[in-house]
Design a protein around this ligand. Structure first.
Ligand SMILES: NC(=O)c1ccc[n+]([C@@H]2O[C@H](COP(=O)([O-])OP(=O)(O)OC[C@H]3O[C@@H](n4cnc5c(N)ncnc54)[C@H](OP(=O)(O)O)[C@@H]3O)[C@@H](O)[C@H]2O)c1
Length: 254
């Protein structure tokens, strides 16, 4: 019960997209443990329900964040339940590993739709409530948002876009007291690689190569990223805005 001694997010309302697995699930649980009311969003109802069993403070909503009506549904669901919104974590995202020769317009468009346009529209819908609560937005980027990654150029480009949106929104929203920051994880245990289109044997190889490349000698665990997402949303982090914090075992340095 150690987490209950300091409940930095007590009674705050937090939306986490992509909460059915990986970093999003760990974030939903960490925030609920910190005392927040959490709305976990994703497409797979069963995955979200599994997340919800991990803490009674987690409610869920199954919706595809790319749908036009998704922002209204998601924000409306949090407001109907708790009448306020303090933190939006734009975590739902995907990577695509494909060579330049094989990349197609459809794949690029789909990737930008999920990683850039969906968080934009969701943040826009959240704004009136975040202005009222003087809340904050946390975008989940990647080390590869500012470090080139051969074979995943367009994934890296979506995360670079998200980092620049983070800095620009921070300036645009500063006058309203709304803070906007980003966390940029390095290779972390999650479903991301297995749903990226890589065959299972390649997933194992890539994981090994990544671990060898990371100065701390291993891939990260979702909880090691989630803990920083919680710090960024802490109501006492009142002077932090427009920042991108990389958490990657030192990968961006090499
Ligand atoms: N793991 C890494 O190595 C790593 C490194 C750097 C950055 N990141 C970033 O961290 C974030 C979380 O990824 P993760 O590693 O935790 O991978 P993950 O386990 O694949 O989680 C992604 C989550 O997003 C949800 N999602 C995907 N498309 C969605 C959609 N259209 N609408 C609603 N939800 C959707 C997925 O659930 P459903 O399929 O049920 O919708 C899934 O729960 C992503 O933005 C990723 O780019 C990950």
């Amino acid at each position: 019960m150690e987490h209950q001694t300091s409940r930095p997010l007590d009674d705050r309302v937090v939306i986490v997209t992509g909460a059915g697995s990986g970093i999003g699930r760990a974030t939903a649980v960490a925030r609920a443990e910190a005392g927040a009311h959490v709305l976990g969003v994703g497409r797979r109802r069963a995955a979200l329900e599994e997340t919800a069993t991990m803490h009674p403070g987690i409610a869920t909503l199954a919706v595809d964040v790319r749908l036009e009506q998704a922002p209204e549904l998601i924000i409306g669901s949090a407001i109907d339940r708790w009448k306020q919104l303090d933190v939006l974590v734009n975590n739902a995202g995907a990577s695509v590993r494909v060579s330049f020769d094989e990349v197609t317009r459809t794949r690029i468009t789909d990737l930008f739709d999920l990683n850039v346009i969906a968080p934009t529209m969701l943040t826009q819908a959240a704004l009136p409530h975040l202005r009222r609560s003087r809340g904050s937005v946390i975008n989940i980027s990647s080390t590869f948002g500012h470090r080139p990654q051969p074979g995943a150029a367009h994934y890296a480009a979506t995360k670079a876009a998200l980092e620049q949106l983070t800095r620009t929104w921070a300036l645009e929203l500063a006058k309203d007291g709304v803070r906007v920051n980003a966390i940029a994880p390095g290779p972390t245990e999650s479903e991301a690689l297995s749903v990226s289109g890589l065959p299972a044997e390649d997933v194992i190889r890539v994981k090994r190569e990544q671990a060898d490349q990371i100065p701390l000698g291993r891939r990260g665990e979702p909880g090691e990223v989630a803990t920083w997402i919680v710090h960024f949303a802490d109501p006492t982090a009142t002077w932090l805005t427009g920042q991108v914090l990389t958490i990657d075992g030192g990968l961006e340095l090499v």
